[in-house]
Design a protein around this ligand. Structure first.
Ligand code: AMP
Length: 201
């Protein structure tokens, strides 16, 4: 098994993150944990790129639909549909509009438990219920209810891979192998080396 310190995850700063001038704030949150940025690009994605990205995982539609319905029911509210696939189909249409509305920044972060750590720092899908201290909880306020009322995607600043297999499918969708840079930073010795890379004198 590969060492957990080699784990990689895909993060996309969505168009609202760029328009809200939160690029530096978002980078800072991931960077200060010790994770390492190994790939980076700014682009305006096409609708095809967005649709392919979200449909890489065959279970994505079911999961997204079920998550939205559960969130409504938890708040004692009525979901727009009780069929997860129907909910997800409309989310895909909205997502294509949202994600192609302006530039995004796609990046790959590498380091111990990168997928899980980035999801923790990012917070839950719905900013309304995302935890305090997370990026979505601290910097934006959108909800399933507002998004569905206006038939649009939830504006939650960031996409982050949901699992290691998902990251492994998503990274090659956005980056060629030669666009991912291999290098070492001094603080990796303190984070990972068995002897911390230093001795008292
Ligand atoms: P995820 O793969 O978890 O990032 O989900 C895709 C994105 O779709 C989310 O980050 C939201 O921007 C959006 N989204 C998910 N569910 C809904 C929903 N029920 N209504 C509107 N937008 C949604």
């Amino acid at each position: 098994m590969a060492h957990p310190k080699t784990e990689r995850t895909l993060v996309i700063v969505k168009p609202d993150g760029i328009q809200r001038a939160l690029i530096g704030e978002i980078f800072k949150r991931y960077e200060r944990t010790g994770l390492k940025l190994v790939a980076l690009k700014m682009l305006i994605p096409t609708e095809a790129m967005v649709e392919e990205h979200y449909l890489l995982d065959p279970n994505w539609k079911k999961n997204v639909g079920e998550k939205a319905i559960a969130s409504y029911l938890k708040k004692g509210e009525t979901p727009p549909s009780t069929d997860p696939i129907e909910v997800a189909d409309s989310v895909v249409v909205s997502l294509k509009k949202y994600m192609t509305s302006g530039p995004v920044i796609a990046m790959v972060w590498e380091g111990g438990h990168a997928v899980e750590l980035v999801r923790k720092i990012t917070g839950g899908t719905e900013p309304r219920s995302a935890g305090v201290g997370t990026i979505r909880g601290d910097f934006v306020l959108d909800s399933y209810q507002m998004a569905d009322t206006d038939t649009r995607a939830i504006r939650n600043l960031i996409h982050a891979s949901g699992s290691v297999p998902e990251a492994e499918m998503e990274i090659p969708h956005w980056f060629k192998p030669e666009e991912i840079v291999k290098y070492r930073m001094p603080h990796e010795a303190t984070l990972y080396d068995v002897d911390m890379g230093s001795r008292a004198v």
